[in-house]
Design a binder for this molecule. Structure first.
Ligand code: SF4
Length: 329
């Protein structure tokens, strides 16, 4: 512990980059724009992004989060979350004439296309990802013939394929870069002719945040990751800290900080998952001020300038629905 006279000094090092990625910014903006254009309620299938605070703040403005389309009333504006949806969900929405806006991150859609292209070429597709994650459900439901899911090098041994010479792989966008490399190596040993993108499906935001955390844990005593438990990329950030042998905690917000974690600590490393708002990081720094004088600095890292356009049908849909309302009046 560093002390200054009687006062404790806590050094806070912030990872750079951290927090919101372009896909999350776009998805939140889509819900906000939809609320502005159509008025509440708008329905969102699944949490728009995996962050409790983001979901609560949009819920307060009139977004209704549901897991099943059957919970959405006829004709209600429906948004698909950033994680993407299986094709069957889109077909069901069309069958029910739900006006839909797709907030799937363009980088997730890119993985869908890659998988579809491989399937069209007659290859069986292996998806590296976590069972039960909505992105994985979306991707497996977009690839004709389905996919084989693997989550670890051990899983690779049990896959049964029709033709080992005709296989391809794609990956979830929010995985650990290192673990994914190990799984790809296992796939290449078992299927020497397998084709795939290496770790390029893992999105820029996931990769950049993981590199930034590696720098941080070299100089911090503990790592605090701001993010929700169901956020895949946030979990990976905490795991990196643990693998690099510093106590690492994933917390939703400053209220979850346990003062005991700070015993004997002089440098606190902080990062935030791709769906965690910066204001939560600021609140956490503020809370650390209860335990000593806080000196904040940022570790230099990659500058991100990524920006994704909003879906083009947002304004068209609003105009169409308004015209419909006028003609019915
Ligand atoms: S984490 Fe990556 S894939 Fe997911 S929304 Fe952000 S940019 Fe898109």
């Amino acid at each position: 512990m560093v002390t200054n006279g009687n006062e404790r000094v806590l050094r806070v090092l912030l990872a750079q980059p951290r927090g919101f990625c372009a896909g999350v910014e776009r998805a939140i903006e889509i819900v906000q724009r939809a609320l502005d254009l159509f008025g509440p309620p708008v329905y969102v299938r699944h949490e728009i992004v995996h962050n409790k605070h983001v979901v609560e703040s949009l819920r307060a403005k009139g977004a209704v989060f549901v897991e099943n389309l059957s919970d959405i009333p006829e004709g209600a504006v429906t948004i698909f979350s950033a994680h993407g949806v299986p094709e069957a969900v889109q077909v069901e929405a069309e069958r029910r004439n739900l006006p839909t806006i797709d907030a799937t991150c363009p980088l997730v859609s890119k993985v869908h296309k890659e998988g579809q292209n491989q399937a069209q070429r007659g290859r069986e597709v292996i998806l590296i990802g976590h069972d039960g994650h909505p992105e994985v459900e979306g991707t497996r439901g977009r690839i004709p013939g389905g996919v084989h899911l693997v989550s670890s090098p051990d899983d690779v041994a049990t896959i049964q394929v029709r033709n080992p010479e005709q296989v391809a792989y794609v990956t979830q966008t929010t995985l650990s870069v290192d673990e994914t490399r190990d799984i790809i190596a296992a796939l290449k040993r078992r299927f020497p002719k397998i084709v795939g993108p290496d770790v390029k499906d893992i999105c820029y935001a996931t990769q950049n945040r993981q590199s930034a955390v590696r720098k941080l844990v070299g100089v911090a005593d503990i790592l605090l990751v701001v993010g929700s438990r169901n956020s895949s990329n946030s979990n990976r950030l905490r795991e990196i800290g643990t693998e690099m042998n510093i106590p690492s905690y994933l917390i939703d917000d400053a209220n979850a900080l346990d003062p005991r974690w700070l015993d004997g600590v002089s440098t606190v490393g902080i990062t935030a998952g791709a769906s965690a708002p910066e204001e939560l990081v600021l609140e956490l720094i503020h809370r650390l001020g209860d335990f000593g004088k806080v000196e904040v600095s940022e570790i230099g890292g990659i500058e991100e300038n990524m920006h994704f356009k909003l879906p083009s049908n947002l304004n068209e849909m609003a105009a169409h629905l308004k015209a419909q309302e006028r003609s019915e009046a």
